[in-house]
Design a protein around this ligand. Sequence first.
Ligand SMILES: Nc1ncnc2c1ncn2[C@@H]1O[C@H](COP(=O)(O)OP(=O)(O)OP(=O)(O)O)[C@@H](O)[C@H]1O
Length: 244
Amino acid sequence: MIEVKQLQKAFGNVNALNGLSFSAPEGEITGLLGPNGAGKTTCLRTIYGLLQADSGEALIDGIDAKVAPLEARKRIGIFPDKFGLYERLTAREQIAYFAALHGMQGAKQAEAVAHVIERLDMTAIADRRATGFSQGQRMKVALAQAIVHQPKHLILDEPSRGLDVMSTRILRDLLRELRQQGTSILFSSHVMQEVAALCDKVVVIAAGKVAAQGTTQELCELTGESALEEAFVKIIGTDEGIAA
Ligand SMILES: Nc1ncnc2c1ncn2[C@@H]1O[C@H](COP(=O)(O)OP(=O)(O)OP(=O)(O)O)[C@@H](O)[C@H]1O
């Protein structure tokens, strides 16, 4: 379980997180939905220990990444908002590098890498160097790196940006399969359709705090709207920064 409790984070006089609290349970897909600048990336970075909150806690199975970063990171896979690939390495080598960082070696490592390459339909590019990879191919490598150690929890920042229809489908199928296996999945998005298609629970965030949360149906009932998009706009108070 991922738990965020009363997180506060300011950058100068901008309050990026303003008492944010929610949880992402195992076996569920939780969507963090909010307009541009709502605090999604800041929240995700705080959970995996890249940023330190001014106050509050972000816990992974009760472990604070700030206090025990290695213990926390073992349990999570991270698909970050900006990812760099080593241009001279092949896709397989990049994924193997991440597997090694998580302590996988030898046959176990090779097997895990081969499995994820097959799962993400990357066989054709697996032994090519990253130079020249398209955005979608780069995203697949980053995704493979995030899941090669079979983490209990997966955190994704705007995962489907830049993906074509087929790649988006592969991503969605993968997330559903991981959910079935009991993984807790937390992803951020400002794309309505993506959230509606995938999420068990939606946490609507605006100005660094939770504006509402629940299933898509609950959010519609809460606002008296029949369409999700209208419900979100009503909760947030504006349609700025939201994509249909
Ligand atoms: N390193 C930083 N320095 C200064 N301000 C920052 C920094 N990181 C984030 N912010 C500010 O904090 C607020 C929240 O930003 P954040 O990137 O978390 O939002 P977001 O919900 O992920 O937005 P988007 O959907 O546009 O990616 C914004 O006002 C942003 O400008």
